[in-house]
Design a binder for this molecule. Structure first.
Ligand SMILES: Cc1cc2nc3c(=O)[nH]c(=O)nc-3n(C[C@H](O)[C@H](O)[C@H](O)COP(=O)(O)OP(=O)(O)OC[C@H]3O[C@@H](n4cnc5c(N)ncnc54)[C@H](O)[C@@H]3O)c2cc1C
Length: 342
């Protein structure tokens, strides 16, 4: 290839690149530290008819088998203030920046807005894919645009908020544009004035209902998360394995009459959101182990891998989906993306 030829390896183990620690390999693999390297890599893939799969921190995917084609890690770094007016500023982050490191960096700079999203694993480039959210804030609340390159054509495109079609743990990149773009940078609108949001009950409780600084909010979020969620560096997992289902008012009222203790939250669209963890726990899965995989003993939404395969994890997930459907008539949806399933 030409002067900026990227290094492309074959048959590369991905075990240390996915937080479920599933052993699987990539047929072709490369790590790109510069946006200039994207075009030659896409040409390489096109010339050989290879599918291209983007990989970030591997904290929201299940490798059900080896990945055919080319796996690309976009390790592109960079933090640029694009525009600044009064207290508002738009900051562009390279796709390869670690999400939580960026939350900390912004706090240090006095750029506020990200603190409720502290300690979410993964990289900046993946954050729009499922519109990451936690403790009452979603990426879409801060999102300005993202820079992407179409895999099939190499064409560059800027997506604004409407283009991304964000929803609850959802975006156009999980729907009709799935696996079609490589995201190279994400621009967020931050504020030099603290943007305090402590409406989320667990956060409000942790802060004693008092006003707090952005740093105190970040610290409280980190503390709650460390208590509630297993650290993927110690316990192989991908966080919440299922999204919280939304059901019609009619279905919710019928379920509440049968299960008066069932928690629910009415959504702006009138539907009722039911915690998937409660449904899974009621079906008796919490803390249960099935061979090499288990449901976490303190958090029923988290599936843990004890040296099993991605398929074993998915078999357990299917068992849970079936049980919840039989018991409550609700279809749970898997949150992480599945790759390598033939
Ligand atoms: C312990 C734990 C807690 C978590 N808590 C939360 C939470 O509170 N809220 C939440 O929303 N999520 C949570 N997650 C899920 C996960 O952290 C996020 O979804 C995160 O954004 C995934 O980032 P990643 O870099 O690891 O993506 P990966 O897992 O590597 O990839 C996820 C998807 O994004 C695609 N992708 C990655 N990078 C790019 C790119 N540059 N261009 C195009 N496509 C790309 C991949 O192809 C894949 O489809 C949690 C996960 C864990 C393990």
């Amino acid at each position: 290839m030409d002067a900026v030829a990227p290094e492309i390896s074959t048959n590369v183990a991905l075990t240390d690149m996915n937080t479920l620690r599933v052993s699987a390999s990539a047929e072709y693999f490369c790590r790109l530290s510069s946006v200039d390297l994207v075009q030659p890599v896409l040409q390489f893939a096109r010339a050989r008819g290879l599918t291209v799969t983007a990989l970030g921190g591997g904290s929201n995917l299940v490798l059900a088998g080896d990945i055919k084609g080319l796996v690309v890690v976009l390790d592109i770094k960079g933090i640029d203030v694009l525009a600044s007016e009064n207290e508002r500023l738009d900051v562009r982050f390279g796709a390869g920046e670690c999400w939580h490191t960026m939350v900390e960096h912004c706090l240090d700079q006095g750029w506020y807005g990200l603190e409720n999203l502290s300690l979410i694993p993964g990289n900046m480039g993946a954050a729009p894919i499922q519109n990451i959210g936690a403790y009452g804030v979603e990426l879409s609340d801060l999102f300005v645009s993202l820079d992407a390159i179409e895999i099939a054509t190499g064409q560059e495109r800027v997506f604004n908020r409407e283009d991304c079609e964000f929803g609850y743990r959802d975006s156009v990149f999980k729907q009709r544009l799935q696996n079609q773009y490589l995201i190279t940078a994400v621009t967020l609108r931050l504020s030099r004035q603290p943007q305090i949001n402590i409406n989320y009950p667990a956060l409000k409780d942790a802060l004693g209902g008092l006003q707090a600084s952005p740093q105190q909010i970040s610290d409280a979020v980190c503390q709650i998360r460390q208590q509630k969620l297993p650290d993927p560096a110690v316990t192989a997992n991908v966080g919440s394995f299922f999204t919280n289902p939304k059901v019609s008012e009619e279905q919710a009222l019928s379920l509440i009459s049968l299960h008066p203790n069932m928690p629910w939250h009415v959504q702006p669209d009138g539907r009722y959101k039911i915690p998937a963890a409660w449904l899974i726990e009621k079906c008796g899965f919490k803390g249960q182990r099935y061979g090499n995989v288990s449901v976490h003993q303190h958090q029923a939404l988290v599936l843990v891998n004890h040296g099993g395969t991605g398929l074993e994890v998915l078999v357990l997930a299917d068992k849970i989906v079936q049980a919840v459907a039989d018991e409550f008539g609700i279809d749970l949806v898997i949150e992480p993306r599945v790759y390598g399933r033939e």
